[in-house]
Design a protein around this ligand. Structure first.
Ligand code: HEC
Ligand code: HEC
Length: 274
């Protein structure tokens, strides 16, 4: 910022004396050297982090995360070849499990959450061996892998209205919406993840991806609480074909959708019980 202000000062100030110009230039050069010499220093929209703090995070990242996500954060760590789903490539700035609108970068709270609880059914385990401040120190490292963080800021989390009680009526309403909004095209009429569009889905990295099978109890990647399910179809899952329905459903309708989607698990249980 100092650099930019000084530069503006130079271009605007027609009657600034040479001494001022010279000292501005020296400051500009000095700040430039500082920035290039220390990439950990935040640029653009990133909050500044001391070199020491960045190194602490980088050491933790190399120790615990790089085996899968790669030292450069591109998802090509030594273990990645054997894994499906693939470890996230952080260079694209695409994150699935967020609380904010489609296309946004995740909030720090989103990142801390997903790192702490992991992603169910994948090799991304819950990192509960790490202290909160250790996880926090890794965030600037993740952000340093993608330019997206220099130009954009995470949007605020969406606001959830109060959930009403699940009843036969809310489930029936959810079923109508599931038809209308064509969730079935990917997730299937009975929620088994086998809809007509489900067979050739790919993610942003051209890797085949499956629509979630709602009949599997509690296996949600983003958590099985009603609030989690609400957020997934409200915010979409960046980098995957799972779209956002933020503009198409009222708050009440979204809770109805959650109740219906959850009822699909129960139906399977009922069938087993018969
Ligand atoms: C054994 C492999 C492995 C290790 C080690 C690992 N991850 Fe992951 N991580 C994954 C996989 C696989 C995914 C993607 C899962 C998916 O997209 O379904 C992932 C996804 C993520 C995501 C993206 C979440 C989102 O919302 O899209 C973040 C952030 C993340 N990992 C952070 C970390 C951090 C920080 C560490 C180290 C403390 C770490 N991971 C260690 C395998 C790993
Ligand atoms: C174009 C295909 C497509 C459509 C349409 C679609 N989904 Fe999805 N959905 C997906 C895919 C693919 C995933 C899995 C993403 C992943 O595993 O990373 C997913 C994941 C989800 C999840 C998260 C599951 C988890 O693991 O946490 C929920 C909830 C969900 N979808 C609900 C819905 C609802 C409700 C609708 C309709 C309003 C809908 N989806 C429409 C493709 C679709």
């Amino acid at each position: 910022m100092v650099y930019l202000n000084k530069k503006e000062g130079i271009s605007k100030g027609s009657n600034i004396c040479w001494k001022n110009i010279l000292s501005s230039a020296i400051v500009a050069v000095f700040v430039t050297i500082l920035c290039f010499g220390n990439l950990a220093m935040a640029q653009g929209k990133l909050k500044p982090v001391s070199e020491e703090e960045f190194k602490k995070g980088k050491d933790l990242y190399n120790k615990y995360c790089a085996a899968c996500h790669g030292e450069e954060g591109n998802g090509y760590g030594p273990l990645s070849g054997a894994l499906y789903p693939k470890p996230r490539d952080f260079t694209k700035g695409q994150y699935k499990i967020r609380s904010n609108p489609s296309g946004s970068l995740p909030t720090d709270a989103d990142l801390i959450h997903v790192i702490s609880v992991g992603i169910h059914g994948t090799s991304m385990i819950p990192w509960d061996i790490l202290e909160l401040d250790q996880i926090k120190s890794i965030l600037p490292v993740l952000k340093s892998f993608s330019e997206a963080w220099q130009y954009r800021e995470p949007e605020p989390s969406v606001v959830l209205g109060r959930e009403m009680q699940a009843t036969q009526n809310t489930i029936a309403r959810g079923k109508v919406l599931y038809e209308q909004k064509e969730c079935w095209k990917c997730h299937g009429e009975t929620g088994h993840g086998d809809g007509p569009s489900s067979y050739d889905l790919e993610d942003e990295w051209a890797i085949p991806i499956q629509a979630y099978d709602f009949t599997r109890e509690g296996k949600y990647k983003g958590g099985a609480a009603n609030k989690d399910i609400y957020l997934r179809f409200t915010t979409g899952m960046n980098g995957t074909p799972m779209p956002s329905f933020a503009n198409e459903l009222s708050d009440e309708d979204r809770w109805c959708m959650v109740h219906f989607v959850k009822s699909l698990t129960k139906q399977k249980k009922d069938r087993h019980e018969e």
